[in-house]
Design a protein around this ligand. Structure first.
Ligand code: 13P
Ligand code: SF4
Length: 311
């Protein structure tokens, strides 16, 4: 029973006692973002995890992000407040099927979105995040054939933008898939002149209306330079918390789903992490992320390639 406990003070105490760093993704609840040592997009969080000298990484994000932290920092204890915090993209790409797909196309390299399992990373050549994908793709010779997985919308967006054919794995993010073009156009008409910023995990019906397309950090930076006072945000709405902190005078509206509001675009996996579960994770150093060493080394190759090519 945690009632009567000052959870925030306990997290503070344990953070010091354990020499822990708390990393949070922009899609986490505001209370978790607010007490994190660092809030960022997938690429920034991977870099932080690789560089930290803390003994414990408490990862407020989803499983593939905590796995990435463990792959890059194996000597650290990595805890995830809720181990069930998965990702629909990871679920869409079972390693056995991905392996068979690769084997059917031996002349292709696998350029793979970080939103996948460690096993799929181990079967890939280069990992990308949404903020590094464009830079990395441009460094791959034009005649090199590419498999892109698991997000067909990010893959399709890159393919159209760079006029580059790629074989796409048919995965989608259930959160970004839920935006409604009709409702978005209604919202745009109600807010004349307001730009739209969209994550590339959105389908083309949304991305085609966007004034800016990019990762969570990219969208946040765009908000800081945007024309006007109102922005329509087509990604998981918890990122709006950082926008409101940085730009208190401006208005941010989450893009709607078919019901006309943005609640259906809350990531159900990210939402599993809570302040109470973070406290328990720091107290018990459980649940921990563990990865078998051969698998870790195989997955590290494609992640290292990303860190090298992204800069
Ligand atoms: P980025 O933070 O890299 O833009 O990724 C978004 C996302 O969906 C993470 O699950
Ligand atoms: Fe996965 Fe989508 Fe949730 Fe990101 S927002 S963790 S891609 S389900």
């Amino acid at each position: 029973d945690l009632s009567g406990l000052d959870i925030r003070a306990e997290i503070e105490r344990l953070r010091k006692e354990r020499n822990a760093v708390i990393l949070a993704h922009y899609y986490q609840k505001p209370e978790l973002q607010d007490l994190a040592d660092f809030v960022g997009d997938s690429l920034e969080l991977s870099r932080k995890a690789a560089e930290t000298d803390a003994d414990v990484i408490a990862f407020c994000g989803v499983k593939f992000m905590a796995d990435t932290a463990k792959i890059l920092s194996p000597e650290k204890i990595v805890v995830l407040p809720d181990l069930d915090a998965g990702c629909s993209l990871e679920d869409s790409c079972p390693p056995e099927q991905f392996k068979a797909f690769r084997e059917a196309h031996p002349d292709h390299i696998a350029l793979t979105y970080i939103n996948c399992s460690t096993e799929v990373k181990a079967l890939s050549d280069v990992i990308v995040t949404s903020s590094s994908a464009e830079t990395i793709l441009q460094k791959i010779p034009a005649d090199q054939k590419i498999i892109f997985g698991p997000d067909r919308h990010l893959g399709g967006y890159l393919s159209r933008k760079f006029n580059r054919e790629m074989l796409l794995w048919p995965g989608v993010c259930i959160v970004h898939e839920a935006f409604s073009e009709t409702e978005l156009l209604k919202l745009k008409a109600q807010n004349p002149g307001a730009p739209i910023a969209a994550h590339p995990e959105c389908p083309p019906t949304i991305v085609d209306h966007a004034d800016y397309v990019g990762s969570t950090s990219g969208i946040l930076n765009y908000a800081k330079d945007m024309p006007g006072d109102t922005l329509i945000v087509a990604t998981e709405p918890h990122i709006i918390h950082q926008m409101e902190l940085a730009l208190p005078g401006k208005t941010f509206i989450g893009a709607p789903g078919a019901d006309g509001n943005c609640n259906c675009n809350i990531c159900p996996y990210m939402a599993l992490n809570t302040l109470e579960k973070l406290y328990l994770a720091l107290r018990d150093l459980e649940p921990r992320v563990e990865i078998e060493e051969d698998l870790r080394l195989a997955a590290k190759k494609s992640l290292d390639k990303m860190l090298e090519m992204a800069s």
